[in-house]
Design a protein around this ligand. Structure first.
Ligand SMILES: [Zn+2]
Ligand SMILES: [Zn+2]
Length: 338
């Protein structure tokens, strides 16, 4: 968040001795002459009646830092004063600077940036009737029962039985993709696009938030508020950040792309990889293999799909296997019996 200064406004302080409200920059009470006390709090004048200060000297004073109080007579002096304007005392040792930086009160700015005022005719809050105690206990018990049942079902499903089975048939499938080096369509932020690519179209899209403005950015500011500068002058500020937009483009560039998938299947135990007739701009891409073994165990049929080639090679029709089968009838592991 970057803090943006909108301007400076006069604050007021209240005299401890007589209760008079004095302008912030006035160092001693306009009514009784008492010096402004050390612990006094500056307040904002009625937000509807003030204007930003135009007096350059006053603004310069506000920017120079918090005022300090004379260690001898308590009179408020400017931040850069060396001797007290009231008693002439030395201010370089023992003078107390006023606290500064406190937020005074929200400063409503008129116009487009003001918060929408809530309209009259508020919706009555829906009141929640407390649930009878008996009902809630029953509900808790029901929920508990559902949980217990769920855990029971889960353990049942995870439970496996060992089944002795015979291989009835097998099938293999092997596939390879063919990739070609050619023009491909892609999209990315303009800064990431390779220099040799040809850009077809771009549009500005939101990319990130920043404290600093950028080439294409939108300033987003919060509600202005007043900060005590410690001088009797308040600084009206606004916390802002920037939504940064950048070019997101569609472009064409040379790259590898899948143009074909070659597949071979068979029912024997000697799977082969499909042979690719490649041109000079092609290469073989991803290779996949899937093996299925069907079993019979006392009239029940099971099947196992796997990518394990060495397991598949042992699946001679008629061979005896030991299967682990879960409660849904799925084979979770299989191995030939010795
Ligand atoms: Zn007074
Ligand atoms: Zn003094």
């Amino acid at each position: 968040m970057a803090r943006k200064i909108l301007g400076y406004i006069e604050l007021v302080w209240t005299c401890d001795s007589c209760g008079t409200k004095n302008p912030g920059a006035i160092k001693s009470c306009t009514s009784c002459g008492a010096p402004q006390p050390l612990g006094v709090r500056f307040e904002q004048v009625d937000p509807n009646t003030f204007n930003f200060i135009k007096d350059e000297a006053l603004i310069r004073m506000a920017r120079s830092g918090p005022d300090k109080h004379c260690p001898y007579c308590g009179t408020r002096n400017l931040a850069d004063a060396l001797t007290c304007v009231q008693c002439g005392g030395d201010l370089t040792v023992g003078a107390t600077s006023r606290p500064s930086g406190d937020v005074i009160e929200p400063y409503p700015l008129e116009g487009k940036q003001s918060q929408p005022q809530p309209t009259s005719g508020q919706q009555p809050m829906a009141t929640r009737t407390p649930m009878p105690r008996k009902v809630s206990i029953v509900m808790i018990l029901v929920l508990l029962a559902i949980c217990v049942f769920g855990v029971f079902m889960l353990t049942q499903m995870l439970r496996t039985d060992v089944v002795k089975a015979t291989v009835t048939s097998t099938q293999w499938e092997r596939a390879v993709t063919v990739e070609s080096y050619q023009l491909v369509n892609a999209s990315d932020w303009a800064v990431n696009i390779p220099a040799d690519a040809s850009i077809s179209s771009c549009s500005l899209e939101y990319r990130y938030d920043s404290d600093e403005p950028a080439e294409h950015s939108e300033e987003i500011c919060g509600t202005p508020y007043t900060v005590d500068t410690g001088t009797g002058v308040g600084e009206v500020v606004q916390d802002c950040y920037y939504r940064v937009y950048e070019d997101y483009c569609r472009y064409e560039t040379m790259g590898w792309t899948v143009v074909d998938t070659l597949r071979l299947t068979g029912t024997d135990l000697n799977p082969l990889w499909p042979a690719a007739n490649l041109t000079s701009t092609e290469r073989v891409g991803e290779a996949t293999e899937t093996y299925t073994i069907w079993f019979n165990a006392g009239g029940m049929n099971y099947d196992l799909r796997t990518t394990n080639y060495s397991l598949y090679q042992q699946a001679y029709p008629g061979s005896e296997w030991e299967l682990e089968v879960n409660q849904l009838g799925a084979v979770t592991s299989a191995q030939p019996s010795d």
